[in-house]
Design a protein. Structure first.
Length: 269
């Protein structure tokens, strides 16, 4: 921050002197400054375009733009971490690890360290190394690095690991930390469903569904809970709605599972 202030002051002084002595010299200085800033921030320009492409569904082009950004020397750790996450979402696990593992050996700011470690844990999970993924997040947690995403991921990993009571204790803590986050609510509802406490699961879904979550698990497990309560009509509606959500490499359920439930429900209606 201090360096940026000093740099700005120097630029103003140099421009003022140049412009007072010779207007053409001042304009040349401005042009050179513009080119310097353009080159310095070219990686950010690529990332801006990449984010726009990704939002529009042009994933291949978005990843290419991120690759261009990473070729520049002064690319920030944040950009590298965001690129790694997109790679993980698209199933490019090894490529993501080649970015994250060396990065985590450098002196990162706390925020970047947390985000890089969170991404690393997801990559480990998708490499079928769930226990190591849990260890990575537990180390963060034990060192008092806590945020909503950590609670989301570790809460889900405990469920996937099958330790449902430990998962419940953690997901209740997550709920106390942030009781309006859709993923935290989803984890807690799934947790109750798997413990066959359907009434409590329904209570959580009454808070979750009005948030209009964009991920399919919310509607799928809500459908399963409704099905267990013999509410087949509403269950079918939830299963069908889950199919309208975007699925990615990180989605812990498959469309085939949902279609199977829909077929079964239709036979019972």
């Amino acid at each position: 921050m201090k360096k940026n202030i000093i740099f700005t002051i120097l630029i103003i002084i140099i421009f003022t002197i140049s412009f007072n002595k010779n207007k053409i010299l001042g304009l040349i200085f401005l042009l050179l400054l513009f080119l310097f800033l353009l080159i310095k921030n070219i990686s950010n320009i690529y990332v801006f375009k990449a984010v726009k492409k990704y939002k529009n569904g042009d994933i291949s082009e978005a990843l290419k733009l991120y690759e261009k950004a990473l070729k520049h020397k002064n690319v920030s750790s944040t950009i590298k971490i965001n690129y790694a996450y997109l790679l993980i979402r698209e199933g490019e696990i090894e490529k993501a690890l080649k970015i994250l593992e060396p990065l985590l050996k450098t002196n990162l700011k706390d925020r970047d360290k947390i985000n890089a470690t969170l991404n690393l844990s997801i990559a480990l999970w998708k490499k079928d190394n769930l226990k190591e993924a849990i260890n990575v997040l537990e180390n963060l947690y034990d060192n008092n690095y806590k945020n909503t995403v950590l609670y989301q991921n570790l809460g889900l990993f405990y469920i996937l690991n099958g330790d449902l009571q430990k998962a419940l204790d953690f997901n209740l803590e997550a709920y106390e930390y942030n009781n309006t986050d859709a993923s935290i609510l989803d984890n807690l509802a799934i947790n109750y469903y798997m413990l066959k406490d359907y009434d409590k699961a329904l209570d959580i879904y009454e808070k979750l569904i009005p948030l209009n979550p964009s991920f399919p698990t919310a509607y799928y497990y809500y459908g399963l809970t409704l099905k267990m309560n013999k509410n087949f009509k509403d269950a079918l509606e939830m299963f069908e709605k889950s199919l309208t959500c975007r699925f990615s490499y990180l989605t812990p359920i498959k469309k085939e599972e949902i279609l199977k439930e829909i077929e079964e429900i239709k036979q019972n209606l």
